[in-house]
Design a protein around this ligand. Structure first.
Ligand SMILES: CC(C)(COP(=O)(O)OP(=O)(O)OC[C@H]1O[C@@H](n2cnc3c(N)ncnc32)[C@H](O)[C@@H]1OP(=O)(O)O)[C@@H](O)C(=O)NCCC(=O)NCCS
Length: 186
């Protein structure tokens, strides 16, 4: 493991590093299958935009992006971000992308969300975590639900993907719910 920060059974999270920008990560953001239900993938990715994003998040006090790395192969398979951290309301948002398509459906998103949520409640003293997913993105919704998140509402026609408008499902996890067992389901 290189620079592990949070560690679970099969993976670890570390901060995104400059050298990640030229790895597979670059092409994940160009892959229309990966970005189908995301805000990415509208314009082609570029080294300049990645570097600008990287620089902004290294100094940000409200956003941090972690690499999701498989322990066994030490391979970077996706990212999970903590965004819009509000130190007064004690809230934040989580977004996740498993960029390596061969790694979909293996529980890595749910494991990463659970690991980061634990850190948010145990160390960052947050009270509420929120996430949003296009209603058609069943895998994303299910991954958050497996980590204990609860559906709380719909933002109607919030996304335009795959040729039509799509609702966004808003989910959240409160500290009190997490304490009662909002962990990854077996
Ligand atoms: C959506 C995404 C995060 C899911 O990650 P993942 O690691 O494959 O998800 P998990 O393996 O943790 O799966 C969680 C659950 O969803 C199910 N699932 C995953 N993909 C699915 C799909 N396409 N359709 C139906 N169910 C799916 C899994 O079977 C699992 O449920 P189960 O344990 O009851 O069987 C991943 O596919 C991805 O990053 N896609 C591209 C980017 C993206 O859409 N990010 C989310 C933006 S909100």
């Amino acid at each position: 493991m290189r620079h592990p920060f949070l560690v679970s059974d099969r993976l670890y999270l570390r901060r995104i590093e400059e050298k990640d920008l030229e790895g597979n990560y670059f092409q994940w953001l160009n892959d229309q299958t990966v970005t189908k239900w995301m805000r990415h993938g509208i314009f082609p990715n570029s080294s300049e935009s990645m570097r600008a994003f990287y620089s902004s998040q290294t100094v940000s006090k409200t956003d941090v992006v972690f690499a999701i790395v498989l322990k066994e192969e030490d391979s970077h398979i996706g990212n999970i971000g903590l965004h819009a951290v509000n130190y007064f309301f004690r809230s934040a948002e989580i977004g996740v992308m498993i960029g390596e398509k061969s790694c979909w459906g293996k529980g890595y998103a749910a494991e990463s969300i659970s690991l980061l949520s634990q850190h948010c409640f145990n160390r960052l003293n947050l009270n509420r975590l929120a996430a949003g997913a296009v209603a058609a993105n069943i895998g994303s919704i299910r991954a958050f639900e497996k980590a204990g998140f609860i559906r709380e509402g719909i933002a109607r026609q919030a996304y335009f993907c795959d040729g039509e408008y799509h609702d966004c499902v808003n989910l959240s996890l409160l500290r009190s719910e997490w304490q009662q067992g909002g962990k990854v389901e077996a």
